[in-house]
Design a protein around this ligand. Structure first.
Ligand code: TYD
Ligand code: MG
Length: 455
């Protein structure tokens, strides 16, 4: 059949299609993200003309192949995956360039290859020699690790189907292309078409496929975000390249909990699992003013983290506000509540907030710790040793209950904390004391008063 070609403009950030070039994507709001692409008509627009008949099955007759999972023998990775790799699943690992995606997958490949059998590692970015060099660094040399430097999807799949594979790794989805889409590798339609082919391969053979994808902040190169609905599991590798710590987060998982995190440390011989992240993030904690410890829940586990604040008189007309590792808008809001309800005048002050270790905290349970760190710095009152603080703050200065207080207190107690300040409503429902001196607070003013008493 002769295929119809259609020229369109497609947003490289979300995949929105427009017949004209647009400056701003009406769907995702990205600026300057439209690129001209050629879409294939024909095949996709056949609709009902496909005469091959299909028949539905009664749900009761469907057997669940209680898919035993493949372990990567990297505990933190297995947990983020929900207990290992499900056979036939398509897993996307996204992250900034240089964060350690290839390293992590090479290490996982090594473990799988040693335990289960052949793993094909396809690289479109690096030559086999480059991969071998990295493999030597992380100790991933095994007969069962097969390398392929190839970018054409059809060739990769031909090769993959001729080998009895345990897993397939594609590094990266931006560098491969399929003959069926005409646009350049890295464009949205190429990425999507290629991913569909890998998905079909995974589903039909039961071989799990890992796709590595780069995300850029500008979204100039097609982000792997267009793939999120297609794949079974989406993991994001985050962290600052300046720090050794890396956090692997599951944002979507058809086979396990989401928002689960795994913590790693980049060393000279690859990534090392951090089994006790609380200890790492608190390891350099000092008893100076402006530092507060909070307990945040990521997935199924609580982690203690240090929040630092520095409040200093501003030399400029426009005070500086710089917040790292926390939500900018959220902290601005907290500062406003602190000024209005807590009656602390911060108008002429520069405020800096940082979460130690490159960790990112997004949950509102960190509100009280951020407030405490700011007040502690502003008044120059160090908080006592072994104090953990968590709770959400409302706009009228009220402290709101948060989820899973027990999990947080348990972790705090395990790490050796002695005291906790938590929302009053959580406190009233607690069934255990966790060997901690716990105080419940109802409002921002009660919190400020407690901090004042530490001086
Ligand atoms: P890499 O896995 O290539 O990142 P990505 O695939 O996400 O682009 O790793 C990139 C960085 O990690 C690189 O700057 C070098 C560093 N690195 C180490 O520090 N130790 C190691 O053992 C390895 C293999 C890499
Ligand atoms: Mg890489």
């Amino acid at each position: 059949m002769k295929q119809k070609l259609k020229r369109v403009f497609q947003c490289q950030s979300c995949g929105f299609i427009s017949p004209k070039w647009l400056g701003k994507c009406p769907d995702c709001g990205a600026w300057n993200s439209f690129v001209e692409e050629t879409l294939m008509g024909g095949k996709h627009s056949q609709g009902f003309t496909d005469t091959e008949s299909v028949s539905p099955l009664p749900i009761s007759s469907i057997e669940i192949n209680n898919s035993e999972r493949i372990s990567t023998h990297i505990g933190e990775l297995d947990r983020v995956l929900g207990g290992g790799i499900v056979k036939g699943s398509l897993i996307l690992i996204g992250g900034d360039p240089g964060i350690g995606k290839s390293t992590l997958l090479l290490q996982a490949t090594n473990n799988i290859a040693r335990k289960y059998g052949k793993v094909l590692y396809v690289s479109g970015e690096e030559s086999s020699t480059q991969i071998k060099l990295r493999a030597e660094r992380v100790g991933a040399i095994s007969e069962n690790i097969l390398l392929l430097s190839e970018t054409l999807v059809e060739k990769i799949l031909n090769c993959a189907s001729e080998i009895q594979l345990t897993a397939l790794v594609i590094d990266s989805i931006q560098t491969v292309y399929t003959e069926e889409a005409i646009s350049a590798p890295g464009s949205v339609s190429q990425i999507r078409e290629s991913a569909v082919k890998f998905m079909n391969f995974a589903k039909s053979t039961g071989v799990p496929v890992f796709l590595i994808g780069h995300v850029t902040k500008e979204g100039a190169i097609a982000g792997p975000r267009v793939l999120e609905h297609l794949v079974d599991t989406v993991l994001y590798f985050e962290g600052d390249r300046g720090y050794a710590y890396r956090v692997l987060r599951s944002v979507k998982n058809r086979f396990g909990p989401t928002n689960e995190i795994g913590v790693f440390e980049m060393s000279s011989s690859g990534l090392i699992e951090v089994e006790n992240p609380s200890l790492i993030f608190l390891s350099e904690h000092t008893q100076n003013s402006g530092s507060a410890i909070t307990a945040t829940v990521e997935g199924t586990r609580a982690i203690l983290a240090e929040i630092q604040a520095l409040v200093a008189p501003s030399n400029f007309g426009m005070p500086r506000r710089n917040f790292i590792g926390v939500d900018y808008q959220r902290v601005n809001l907290l500062v406003a509540v602190l000024e209005k309800r807590g009656r602390i005048n911060l108008a002429g002050a520069d405020i800096f907030v940082n979460v130690v270790g490159g960790l990112k905290i997004t949950e509102p349970a960190m509100d009280l710790a951020v407030i405490s760190a700011i007040v502690s710095s502003f008044r120059d009152i160090p908080l006592p040793e072994g104090l953990v603080i968590f709770g959400e703050l409302g706009l009228s200065g009220e402290v709101r209950a948060i989820s899973q207080p027990e999990l947080r207190l348990k972790e705090a107690s395990r790490i050796g904390m002695k005291e906790a300040i938590i929302p009053k409503s959580n406190f009233e429902r607690l069934k255990e004391s966790f060997h901690l001196k716990i105080q419940g607070v109802r409002s921002i003013n009660e919190l400020i008063e407690i901090i004042g008493n530490y001086s």
